[in-house]
Design a protein around this ligand. Structure first.
Ligand SMILES: [Zn+2]
Length: 82
């Protein structure tokens, strides 16, 4: 896997914001923050599902390894299934 150029916090923030907007405009009713197992404890503590107006901004404030913890937004779809 190629190692990408390290992004600035501003770039990451803009990307995450765009991702959140796409999820908000889709079918999701809520948004989940997914955090990798190797993320720092601050990020791990923020893992979970949120209402759109309550979800914290990514990268997570107080993260001890900004740029290394790749927490992401993911849609929560309550309306799937039969
Ligand atoms: Zn972190």
């Amino acid at each position: 896997m190629a190692i990408a150029r390290v992004k600035t916090i501003e770039e990451q923030r803009a990307e995450q914001k765009a991702a959140l907007e796409r999820i908000r405009n889709g079918l999701a009713t809520r948004v989940r923050i997914l955090v990798p197992l190797n993320a720092c404890p601050v990020c791990r503590a923020h893992e979970g599902a949120y209402e759109f107006d309550e979800v914290p901004e990514l990268p997570i404030e107080g993260c001890s390894r900004p740029g290394e913890c790749d927490a992401v937004y993911a849609p929560v779809l309550d309306l799937f299934g039969p």
